[in-house]
Ligand binder design. Structure first.
Ligand code: PBG
Length: 337
C-alpha cells in the first residue's frame, strides 16, 4: 500500500505543474502579466499659501502641504522621475471660504496661481485640476446647499466657471469630482465655446461616499466643517451596476477618461469598467488607503515597500490604465533605479 503523498498519487496532474514557471526569477519575469512604470502614476499635491512653506498632515505621515514654489520643485522632481501628471488640491485659507464658494472661480485663487506657476516652470508635466466646491465652501459639501439640500444645476453653473478659470490658468485636464448630474456635458460645452477644445475631462465617474477620504479632508481643511455626509450625490458602497451607469453617462457626455474612487476596496468596479468600456480608466488610491499602509507599516505589521508595490500592481491587474497615488514620487524613483 502506498502512502497518500507518493508520486504515484500525483498522476492526476498529467504532467501539468503550474509551479514550474515560478521556480526561477528569470521565468517569473517572463510570465509576468502586468507591468508598473512611472507613466502609470499620477501624483496628488496639496497646495497652501506662503513661500517655502510646508505643513504636516497628521493622518497622512510623509505627505506635506506645499506652498506654490515648493509645488514647482515637486513638479520638477516628478517630471524627472517620469511621472506624467500631477493632480492639485488647494487648502483654501479660511477667510476665503464662503457659502457660495465664489473663490472657486476667482482667477487669482490659490489653485489657479499654482496651475500657472507649475505650467510655466515645468510645461512638460500634465496638470489635473479638481473641480468641486468643498475646497472653497464654508460647509465642506461639494455642491451649493439650500435648506440642507445639495443643489445640482446651480452647482454645475459654478463648476463651469471654476473649470474655465482653471483652464485659463493652465490646467490640461479638468477633473470634476463633485458627482453632480450633467456636469461633464456642461463643462465640455463651455470649454469648447471658449477655445479650450483641447482641454481634457477626466470624470470622477464612479465616486463612492467613502470613509476612506478622512485624511484628505484634514489635508484640504474641510473635515471639521463637513456636517452630515455626501450620500445624496456620491455613490452607495453597496452598488456596482450603478457605477456602470455613471460611467456610461459620463462617456456619453464627453469624458476623455474616467476614474473609479476609492481604489483598493473598489477593484471590482475597475475590472467591470475595463470589461465594459473602451476608454482610459484611472483609479484613485485615496488618502485613507495611504494611511492604512503607512500606519500598518509603522506598527511593524506589514513590509511597507512590498505592500505599496503590491497595491499598485493590483490596480494594473484589475485593468486600470493608471493610478492616482500619494506614493507616486517614491515609487517612480524606485522603478527608475
Ligand atoms: C472632493 C474630493 C475628495 C477627494 C478628492 N476630491 C474628498 C471628498 O469627496 O470628500 C478625496 C481624495 C482622497 O481621499 O485622497 N472634491
Amino acid at each position: 500500500m502506498s502512502e497518500p503523498w507518493t508520486k504515484h498519487d500525483m498522476d492526476f496532474l498529467g504532467g501539468r505543474r503550474l509551479r514550474r514557471t515560478r521556480r526561477a526569477g528569470w521565468s517569473r519575469a517572463m510570465v509576468r502579466e502586468t507591468v508598473l512604470t512611472p507613466a502609470d502614476l499620477i501624483w496628488p499635491l496639496f497646495v497652501i499659501e506662503g513661500h517655502n512653506e510646508k505643513t504636516q498632515i497628521r493622518t497622512m505621515p510623509g505627505v506635506e502641504r506645499l506652498s506654490i514654489d515648493l509645488c514647482v520643485e515637486a513638479a520638477r522632481a516628478a517630471r524627472d522621475a517620469g511621472i506624467p501628471a500631477l493632480a492639485l488640491f488647494p487648502n483654501t485659507p479660511d477667510h476665503l471660504r464662503s457659502e457660495n464658494g465664489a473663490e472657486a472661480y476667482n482667477p487669482d485663487n490659490l489653485m489657479c496661481r499654482a496651475l500657472s506657476a507649475i505650467k510655466s516652470a515645468v510645461p512638460e508635466i500634465g496638470l489635473i485640476a479638481d473641480v468641486a466646491l468643498d475646497e472653497y465652501s464654508s460647509d465642506g459639501q461639494d455642491g451649493l446647499v439650500r435648506d440642507g439640500e445639495i443643489l445640482n444645476d446651480e452647482t454645475v453653473e459654478v463648476m463651469i466657471k471654476s473649470a474655465l478659470a482653471q483652464s485659463r490658468a493652465g490646467a490640461d485636464i479638468i477633473a470634476p469630482s463633485d458627482m453632480m448630474d450633467g456636469r461633464v456635458a456642461a463643462i465640455r460645452t463651455a470649454l469648447d465655446d471658449t477655445g479650450f477644445e483641447q482641454t481634457q475631462i477626466m470624470a470622477y465617474a464612479a465616486k463612492y461616499a467613502s470613509f476612506y477620504y478622512g485624511p484628505f479632508r484634514e489635508a484640504v481643511g474641510t473635515g471639521s466643517r463637513l456636517k452630515g455626509d455626501k450620500r445624496t450625490y456620491q455613490m452607495d458602497y453597496a452598488n456596482s451596476d450603478e457605477a456602470l451607469r455613471e460611467i456610461e453617462q459620463d462617456i456619453a457626455e464627453g469624458a476623455d477618461s474616467i476614474m473609479v474612487k476609492p481604489g483598493m476596496p473598489y477593484l471590482d468596479i475597475v475590472r467591470r469598467a475595463k470589461d465594459n468600456f473602451n476608454i482610459p480608466i484611472y483609479a484613485y488610491q485615496v488618502s485613507g488607503e495611504y494611511a492604512m499602509i503607512e500606519f500598518a507599516a509603522a506598527a511593524g505589521a506589514i513590509n511597507r515597500q512590498g505592500a505599496i508595490l503590491e497595491s499598485l500592481y493590483a490596480f494594473k491587474r484589475a485593468g486600470a490604465n493608471g493610478v492616482l497615488t500619494y506614493f507616486a514620487l517614491e515609487v517612480a524613483r524606485e522603478l527608475g533605479r
